[in-house]
Design a protein around this ligand. Structure first.
Ligand SMILES: Nc1ncnc2c1ncn2[C@@H]1O[C@H](COP(=O)(O)OP(=O)(O)OP(=O)(O)O)[C@@H](O)[C@H]1O
Length: 297
């Protein structure tokens, strides 16, 4: 099968990456459509960066098939590189240039770059355009990274934990920037530890655990319908904790109040958000892994 013959921006089949005895990526299949924003979630060491770096052409895979914008990133040339924007996890080091100089320099490598001043404005660095990068704060340097990632007007943008170190206002401004790129048709693959970021930006999300994609789907359906059923918690007459999942929490609370004849202690009604669902998935996978280990022992 020639998987480069696809309309998808990214197609991954049976991807594996082995470091010594560790399968850091252990059989991933995934399609990302053109124009889609896909958020890749997972705890530290899950295999997100390894996967993304293979797609970027920075790492070689052990096995599997990968197509990115119709090419195999392991063999793609300069034309392909010009169509891809990359914001790596680690920040820019080149401190001697000003923000504007650095961007103007990189813009020359691309056939159809964005306007340097527009990009500086888009990442909110107008006031620092003539400042040396070495004099910027961590969050401001991260904005330079993002600016360098988009200066070439990429069709596909990889963002590896882009807002680490951003203050809350900067994150919101960054989200607006990403929404603008998305509106222009840019395909975006985002890895993040911020679940609200995935919920704000992602059309779909995938959760990687132990090198495997354990769930993938629209952000608001991740974990399945059951994962979103409200949870009611309270303490009974003897002080014992109770927890019930129900689609009709008001009805349950009314019956608990009637039974106790008073306000229940420790009453909580929780509608699980993406963060709760993600944590449930991570814990469930951890429990499965322990069961497997016990079965093997
Ligand atoms: N060059 C390498 N040599 C050996 N092991 C590696 C190498 N790079 C990554 N690993 C291991 O592969 C696993 C996956 O790492 P990876 O960086 O892909 O995780 P991640 O999901 O991006 O984590 P984080 O959220 O911390 O960035 C980890 O156990 C890591 O220790």
């Amino acid at each position: 099968m020639d998987i480069t013959r696809t309309d998808a921006a990214v197609r991954i089949r049976g991807l594996r990456k082995v470091y010594g005895r560790l399968a850091a990526v252990d059989g991933i299949d995934l399609d990302i459509a053109r124009g889609e924003t896909f958020a890749l979630l997972g705890p530290n060491g899950a295999g997100k960066s390894t996967t993304v770096e293979i797609l970027e052409g920075y790492r070689l895979r052990t096995a599997g098939e990968v197509s990115v914008l119709g090419a195999d990133p392991a063999h793609a040339g300069l034309d392909w590189k010009a169509r891809v924007g990359i914001v790596l996890q680690s920040a820019t080091e080149s401190g001697v240039f000003t923000v504007r100089e650095q961007l103007a320099h990189f813009a020359k490598f691309y056939p159809n770059p964005r306007d340097v001043d527009e990009v500086i404005a888009a990442v909110g660095l107008e006031a620092k355009a003539r400042t040396r990068i070495s004099k910027l704060s961590g969050g401001q340097r991260r904005r330079v990274d993002v600016a360098l990632g988009i200066i070439g007007r990429p069709e596909l943008l990889f963002l590896d934990e882009p807002t680490t170190g951003f203050d809350p206002e900067a994150r919101r401004e960054f989200w607006d920037l990403i929404r603008g790129l998305k509106a222009e048709g840019t395909t975006i693959l985002l890895t993040t530890h911020y679940l609200d970021e995935a919920a704000q930006l992602g059309d779909r999300a995938g959760v990687i655990l132990g090198g495997k994609l354990v769930d993938v789907g629209p952000v608001d359906s991740l974990g399945g319908a059951d994962a979103r059923v409200p949870i009611v918690r309270w303490r009974g007459a003897d002080g014992a904790p109770h927890e019930v999942r129900t689609e009709r929490p008001a009805e349950l609370v009314a019956s608990v109040v009637a039974e106790l004849g008073r306000e229940p202690e420790g009453l909580e009604v929780i509608r699980p958000g993406l963060e709760d669902i993600y944590l449930q998935l991570v814990r469930a996978a951890g429990a499965d892994a322990r069961d497997d280990e016990e079965a093997l022992a």
